[in-house]
Design a binder for this molecule. Structure first.
Ligand code: ATP
Ligand code: MG
Ligand code: ZN
Length: 254
């Protein structure tokens, strides 16, 4: 037999009396269950499951941009839902963009019980394409519905896929819908804006900029939908730090 919560005896509600007036409040057991459900629905990849603001280290970074980026993302979580826009995290590979974005949605679920969904942009496009097949057991609408309507969408690696007019239309549909419904979107991208300050030559290595990659009209819409949080291209690749740490560990064993 399923154990009933001893506090609410399985009703999900507790009655409290304040100043002689009775109030019905949601029991902690319902809140905990809801957080577990939201966390499961968020589709956070295993690799990022442990990411949080607490384990985002700052000591390796030579400049302030990474600290500022962390502060901006933390502020978004703190202020939510009183926010005017989402976040567009731009920067070179391995600088912690996905880590910070995942930390944000995990905190939103944990602290504010906000529905969030993680989607890798390329995976989303592939899943949509697969849904067009005759034998597909899921429709385009089934795939798009949560992406369009979830309270906070994390769209990882925007612009990673080659941009055909179909990709552009799909992205425009998602962004326009969410923009009109005033839903927040957190986006990460390796692609930068032309005017970004670049001290490492990362921008030179890129043949294109974000507006060329996703089209000027969409980039323009993003300015209104998201606050741009840029990680200076001078930052190190954290994957190199992790790699060096691992190598050291192995060297000790030999
Ligand atoms: N400041 C940090 N503190 C702790 N771990 C970090 C930090 N920055 C990055 N990492 C870790 O390094 C790895 C790479 O980070 P992440 O995937 O977030 O980079 P990214 O900027 O999204 O890269 P890409 O552009 O290639 O997607 C992850 O395992 C992440 O948890
Ligand atoms: Mg990433
Ligand atoms: Zn209860």
């Amino acid at each position: 037999m399923e154990e009933k919560c001893p506090v609410c005896r399985g009703t999900g509600w507790n009655v409290t009396v304040r100043n002689g007036i009775e109030f019905a409040e949601r029991c902690q057991c319902v809140q905990t269950q809801r957080k577990c459900d939201l966390m499961q629905q968020a589709r956070i990849p295993k690799r990022y499951a442990e990411c949080s603001f607490d384990n985002f280290k700052l000591e390796h970074w030579p400049d302030e941009s990474i600290q500022k980026a962390k502060r901006q993302v933390e502020y978004f979580v703190h202020a939510y839902p009183a926010v005017e826009s989402g976040i567009l995290l731009m920067g070179p590979p391995g600088t912690g963009k996905t880590h910070l974005a995942v930390a944000a949605i995990k905190s939103l679920i944990d602290q504010k019980e906000v529905g969030c969904v993680f989607y890798d942009f390329r995976d989303l496009l592939k899943t949509l394409q697969n849904s067009y097949a005759k034998e597909a057991d899921i429709s385009e609408l089934d795939v798009l519905q949560p992406v369009l309507t979830v309270e906070v969408l994390l769209l990882d690696e925007l612009g990673a896929s080659k941009i055909s007019s179909w990709v552009q239309d799909t992205l425009a549909h998602i962004l326009n819908y969410r923009y009109n419904e005033k839903l927040s979107t957190i986006i990460t991208s390796n692609w930068m804006d032309e005017e970004m300050k670049d001290t490492s030559g990362w921008l030179d290595k890129q043949e294109e900029t974000l507006d060329k990659r996703i089209g000027y009209r969409l980039r323009s819409r993003l300015y209104e939908m998201c606050e741009t949080v840029q990680i200076q291209p001078a930052c190190l690749d954290y994957r190199k730090i992790l790699h060096a740490k691992n190598k050291n560990r192995v060297a000790h064993l030999l």
